[in-house]
Design a protein around this ligand. Sequence first.
Ligand SMILES: Nc1nc2c(ncn2[C@@H]2O[C@H](COP(=O)(O)OP(=O)(O)O)[C@@H](O)[C@H]2O)c(=O)[nH]1
Ligand SMILES: [Mg+2]
Length: 232
Amino acid sequence: MPEHQHHRTAASRPLRLGIAGPVGTGKSTLIATLCAQLADELELAVVTNDIYTDEDARMLRAAGVLPVERIRAVETGACPHTAIRDDVTANLIAVEDLEHAFAPLDVVLVESGGDNLTATFSPALVDAQIFCIDVAGGGDVARKGGPGIERADLLVINKTDLAAHVDVDVARMIEDAASVRSGLPTLALSRADQASVGDLCKWVHHLVAEHRSGARTAVDPGPMAPHVHRHG
Ligand SMILES: Nc1nc2c(ncn2[C@@H]2O[C@H](COP(=O)(O)OP(=O)(O)O)[C@@H](O)[C@H]2O)c(=O)[nH]1
Ligand SMILES: [Mg+2]
């Protein structure tokens, strides 16, 4: 069976960590923050997914947090969720290219194209995934659930620095998330809150250790909500 069909992590290769969530919730920024914070301790590379462009990759290259050649863009076409879920070939090729070109890497971060609130990564592509929502999307989002919110390995409630401006109670949002997540972790994050950034880094380090020890098995959060692919 080819390696990518195993859902059990092979500790001989880097951890593959997906970041999914709706457009604008701060996925690229979260990746830039992780790169800036972890680059001294871990060897990193990034794959971005955009519908028609390589905008996220360009943003991350411009951020100067990683050597530009460690950031690859996959252009997904009309349905970005397909490329992280149903046919992950283009993403796997990009991930494996990076893993060979910059071996030995510790972590490859994969950003989803983020066209849909419920899109999640296939466990054939990533070993673990973060689902990212933000307070600007409204306090109800966490309670509404969906596969990413309920079953991603980490739920990030991002941009907590904006909570007061949009009348959102972050503590309440965390409680709502906890009530649908069966004990899985939730993190309130802001790039302006260094303690929260530290907690995010701690979570990644823990995950890397778990991956290296072979103790980790990728869990599928489940498919996205029913939807129609329009052709033509
Ligand atoms: N106030 C605030 N803005 C943020 C934060 N993180 C990201 N943003 C902004 O949110 C917007 C979308 O961020 P981006 O990372 O491109 O989101 P993506 O579409 O999910 O990749 C940008 O204008 C960011 O500067 C945060 O912690 N606080
Ligand atoms: Mg982005």
